[in-house]
Design a protein around this ligand. Structure first.
Ligand code: ASP
Length: 369
């Protein structure tokens, strides 16, 4: 059921007079997925100092891309099923109506910068795989190992969970291992790993996470830009491309209307062209919240609203209108993480102070165990 109580929407939550004032006049606003509190702070500081909105959002998401502890984006992102980190990213620049994208790029910590260079320095919109890496190197970037010790641990723990019906895994001590050695194998490989990190790695293995950061910005001149960047689905098939680098799915910006982006299961978003759908919904008069909920209903409808099947994934949308109204919405009210239930949120900075988290609207209430 659509839960109205928790709807947190920019202008919609304002009194009528304030809404009327907002409607004609753009203002400085940055929104992002929940992992973007610092990202929004940085993007807003760039916007307030008069920098371009795309430079601002890219500077913001670079923080997540370079953060080894954000395991869903850039450096430290969880790898594919062969242990190789493959990244997707795209950008859209409202003032020039241009876009750039890279898919399945390896070895570069900041794919958002490469997507921006594809937009600025080539006659193409999208580069993929080996070609994207070669382009990045031609632009002066250095190929690096994106796997951290933590993400390598998670990869090995995941490999160990892949067992046949006799409980055998090729990725654990063999049957000839000396008795008593097996449980300690990972500790031998990672002597400094603590219990908490091991528990985290186990959680990543049994509940492969999605992640990603999407960031959308508007300035007082009415200029808008956006960026989405991700390491995609953990343990994916090599070459799998999600929604994040797909213009119209992971991101869409038309500053005459607004901007939208997504995180969560990319396959579902690609099938509904979510970001484009949301912007077109706003063009036809829906508020950001209504536009987001409509896109979520389309995802739900693709499963005939079968909650059992829908329960297998999460998807979130973010929308920012040209007048500064905004909304975040999720398919589900939240998800289990470890032993706790975590509600869905998104980050906002309206230029009046630090970024804050707000609750997402949601389509379905997830049952808590
Ligand atoms: N949307 C991303 C993908 O499917 C993952 C995510 O946002 O969690 O690659």
């Amino acid at each position: 059921m659509l839960n109205r109580r928790n709807w947190m929407v920019g202008a919609v939550a304002l009194p009528a007079a304030a809404q009327a004032q907002t409607a004609g006049k753009p203002k400085n606003i940055v929104i992002s997925s929940a992992n973007g509190l610092t990202c929004c702070d940085i993007a807003m500081s760039w916007i307030r100092s008069g920098k371009d909105t795309l430079d601002a959002v890219v500077a913001g998401v670079n923080v997540n891309e370079l953060d080894p502890n954000d395991n869903s984006v850039g450096y430290g992102g969880l790898p594919n099923e062969e242990g190789v980190v493959e990244l997707d990213a795209c950008v859209m620049h409202g003032p020039t109506r241009r876009a750039g994208s890279v898919a399945s790029i390896r070895g570069i910590k900041t794919p958002s910068k490469i997507a921006k260079l594809v937009m600025e320095e080539t006659d193409h919109v999208m580069l993929a795989g080996e070609g994207a890496l070669r382009f990045a190197k031609a632009m002066g970037f250095t190929e690096e190992n994106l796997l951290t010790e933590k993400s390598r641990l998670a990869f090995l723990v995941w490999k160990r969970t892949l067992k046949d019906q006799n409980g055998h895994s090729n990725w654990s001590d063999g049957v000839d291992a000396p008795p008593g050695k097996s449980p300690k194998a990972l500790l031998r490989l990672f002597p400094n790993v603590d219990e908490e990190t091991l528990a985290w790695a186990h959680e990543m293995a049994v509940r492969p996470p999605t992640g990603t950061i999407n960031c959308l910005a508007l300035n007082e001149k009415g200029e808008m830009s956006g960026c989405t960047t991700t390491s995609g689905l953990a343990w994916k098939l090599p070459g799998r491309v999600g929604d994040s680098p797909i213009i119209g799915a992971g991101l869409y910006v038309d500053q005459e209307v607004g901007a939208a982006g997504s995180t969560g299961r990319g396959e579902e978003n690609i099938r509904t062209a979510g970001a484009h759908t949301i912007v077109e919904n706003m063009r036809h008069g829906m508020s950001p919240a209504e536009a987001v909920m409509d896109a979520l209903k389309r995802v739900s409808r693709n499963y005939d609203h079968d909650l059992k099947r829908l329960d297998k994934f999460d998807i979130n949308f973010y929308a920012l209108r040209k007048d500064g109204a905004f909304a975040g919405g999720s398919l589900w009210s939240g998800q289990m993480r470890g032993t706790g239930f975590v509600s869905r949120q998104f980050a906002v900075n309206d230029g009046t102070g630090n970024s804050r988290l707000m609750d997402c609207a949601y389509l379905h209430e997830r049952r808590r165990p």
